[in-house]
Ligand binder design. Structure first.
Ligand code: MN
Length: 230
């Protein structure tokens, strides 16, 4: 095979303890904590819904380092959403929730950065969210901790601080759709494969950042994710 240009290097995320996790796709779940669904104007348990970010939207931040992202073009309301990221190690389709944990390679802390004003405009017009969610550098991700070290993460604090002030607080046990249920439903619509990341939704307290702000996201049992906005 003769490639007509050199392809970009694969997107990878560092693994706690060494190695790099190669990323295939990034699936995201919308409105998956009750209080965040309420702050976005929704009530009740609706079926989970999904969107995607491009793989090269990942900004991988090694443990103990500060990732840097540019304030994006087009928006005037750039929002953080702290999320538990599930890394898939074994693919499959039609995976039952009861077997889903066997497909998890590890976990990380991630940010689903959002052009909230543009997302809102697209929603109103019934158009795709892509420009509001799937832009460059919209997916900072901290190091992946292997499942073998964490076991199944079913409970534990998830928080985000901006400039040292707590802005988001939740617990993984508040997920409307559990990680296992998400894997079940996702794998009915797409064949999951090793390397897929799933951003599982954000708790209440989303808000804007501006240039110069520093975000620190944490999930109990995982390394922190620190990201500065240029
Ligand atoms: Mn999100």
């Amino acid at each position: 095979m003769s490639l007509v240009f050199t392809p970009p290097a694969p997107t990878t995320v560092p693994v706690v303890g060494g190695g790099e996790f190669p990323v295939r796709r990034i699936y995201c779940v919308g409105r998956n904590y009750v209080e965040h669904a309420q702050e976005m104007g929704f009530t009740g348990r609706e079926p989970p819904f999904f969107f995607m970010k491009p793989t090269d939207a990942v900004v991988a931040v090694p443990d103990g380092e500060t990732g840097r992202i540019d304030y994006p073009t087009v928006t005037k309301n750039f929002h953080y959403e702290i999320e538990l990221v599930v890394a898939i190690g074994t693919g499959g389709s039609n995976i039952p929730a009861a077997e889903a944990a066997q497909h998890i390679w590890g976990y990380a802390v991630g940010l689903d950065m959002t052009r909230r004003d543009i997302q809102g405009d697209m929603k109103k017009q019934g158009r795709p969210w892509c420009i509001g969610k799937g832009f460059d550098q919209s997916a900072p991700v901290g190091p992946i901790t292997p499942f073998a070290q964490t076991g199944e993460l079913l409970t534990g604090a998830i928080t985000l601080d901006v400039n040292g002030v707590r802005q988001q607080t939740g617990d993984l046990n508040q997920l409307i759709w559990s990680v296992n249920e998400i894997i079940e439903q996702l794998s009915q619509a797409w064949t999951l494969q090793a390397g897929d990341l799933i951003m599982t939704g954000t708790p209440a307290g989303v808000g804007p950042v501006v240039s110069g702000d520093v975000m620190v996201g944490r999930v109990a049992g995982l390394g922190a994710l620190q990201v500065a906005v240029r």
